[in-house]
Design a protein around this ligand. Sequence first.
Ligand SMILES: [Zn+2]
Length: 217
Amino acid sequence: MEFNYIDRTKKITDDEIINDVLYVKNILLKKDKITSREYFQFSKFGKKAITNHFGSWNNLLERANIEKTRKYKHLSKEEIFILIEEIWLKLKKQPTIREFEEFTPHTKKIILNKFGKWSICLKEFVKWEENRSSNFDSFDFTIKHKTPREPSKSLRYDVLKRDNFKCVICGKSPVTNPNIELHIDHIIPYSCGGETIICNLQTLCSECNLGKSNKKD
Ligand SMILES: [Zn+2]
């Protein structure tokens, strides 16, 4: 038995690590880009090996020629905010700049170039979210109607007359069955922007009207 020393620390080469990253990215994940988090789920090598060989994850990406820096130059503020939103929701807390790097294929350079500081970026992000939700509120809830919700008596009469005083779905009429109650229904619901005009109104019995409103839910 000879005791030969094998230097296991030198056994891993940079190329082996790069090949492993490419393998995980191309074969396992089938993606154009890869985050360190994604890599370490399947990696052959640990974080220590990456740091020892390349200094940082981003240096490794550069060496492996994996897209990272090219893309960030085209990111707008809004695109950055959308990324932050995703991470924030995922972590359920305000992310750190390190987490931004961890969860996106981008480096903190993009943040520092655009905002100077992570804290400024976050403050702008919060403002952006506020604007966004207030725009959404006003967009979503103000429907401007030209007509009132309730049809006038004469309009009601016109609709009933046009529909021959019968429910347009089941055909029941108070003329033949005094228990039948007829309603004037908005075909496009008033709450969805439908107007109170004759072409958007129809005659329904109370039963069919109830069936229709249940369906809407
Ligand atoms: Zn009916």
